[in-house]
Ligand binder design. Structure first.
Ligand code: MN
Length: 266
């Protein structure tokens, strides 16, 4: 297993997704799972099961069903780094998987048999202990010929099974932040700027750099739907005073700007 495919598909200068390395997250008896809801070209749910230092991953177009009679298509995709398990945010347009991602469920998974050999054989039964999904499930690889292996995710009969609850519509927000796909990554209306405080002497030491204060105004640029607004540190709109600047800024790619601000805020 390796993250080569994961890394080769992405540009980490433009996408806020974690670069990640292979490592062990859970212990041998405690493997982590996560399901992310992802509004890419087509909305889908990404099931990720920790195994041997990475997340084995499947994209499930319709999401999981609690009804044992319902089989949900799960397309095997590239392994993801374990650091991806906490990822929520907006993958900029033009990037692989562009769209919003939220963590829809997370917890531990418990394979009934040796997970590596069961997955290689194309049939695995496991228990989920998540915030929304629990009980016994199975993944079965079909004989369908396709570019990526096709599996079916099926709920097994137990107390957690239900023919009446549609778990996908019952829970739509993130279990981490309670954000929805629409609100995740939305930028604040204003970011309180850091202000200097008065002291009697300047700090010294190698960690400090001193420079002359140049006169001017500290401005915040906000990218709206169709225009850029410039705000002073006291939140006063000075766009009209710096029209040229607002114009020039509005020509920067919006997604790139959003991505940079998001990284700064995080
Ligand atoms: Mn996805």
């Amino acid at each position: 297993m390796s993250l080569e495919s994961y890394v080769s598909k992405r540009n980490f200068d433009s996408s806020p997704e974690p670069r990640g390395t292979e490592r062990v997250l859970g212990t041998k008896n405690r493997l982590v799972f996560v399901i992310q809801k992802h509004s890419a070209r087509v909305l889908h749910f990404d099931l990720r099961l920790e195994l041997n230092g990475v997340f084995k991953s499947w994209a499930i177009p319709l999401g999981p069903s609690l009804d044992p009679k319902v089989k949900r298509l799960a397309v095997e995709v590239e392994d993801h780094p374990l650091s991806y398990g906490g990822f929520e945010g907006v993958i900029p347009s033009g990037q692989y998987g562009a769209g919003s991602v939220i963590v829809w469920d997370r917890g531990t998974w418990h394979p009934e048999t040796d997970p590596s050999s069961s997955l290689a054989l194309g049939k695995i039964k496991f228990r989920l202990n998540g915030e929304r999904l629990r009980g016994n499930w199975s993944l079965i690889r079909t004989r369908q010929h396709a570019t990526q292996p096709q599996w079916l995710l099926v709920k097994l009969q137990d107390d957690e099974a239900s023919t009446t609850v549609d778990v996908v519509s019952a829970f739509s927000n993130s279990v981490l932040s309670n954000e929805s796909l629409a609100t995740i990554g939305r930028l604040p209306d204003f970011i309180e700027p850091k202000l200097p405080s008065l002291t009697k002497s300047a700090p010294s030491g190698d960690v400090w750099l001193h420079e002359l204060k140049l006169d001017g105004y500290r401005m915040q640029a906000h990218w709206g739907a169709d225009h850029v607004r410039l705000l002073t540190r006291a939140r006063i709109d000075w766009t009209s005073r710096f029209g040229n600047l607002a114009n020039a800024l509005s020509k920067l790619p919006r997604d790139i700007v959003k991505c940079c601000v998001q990284k700064t805020l995080n």
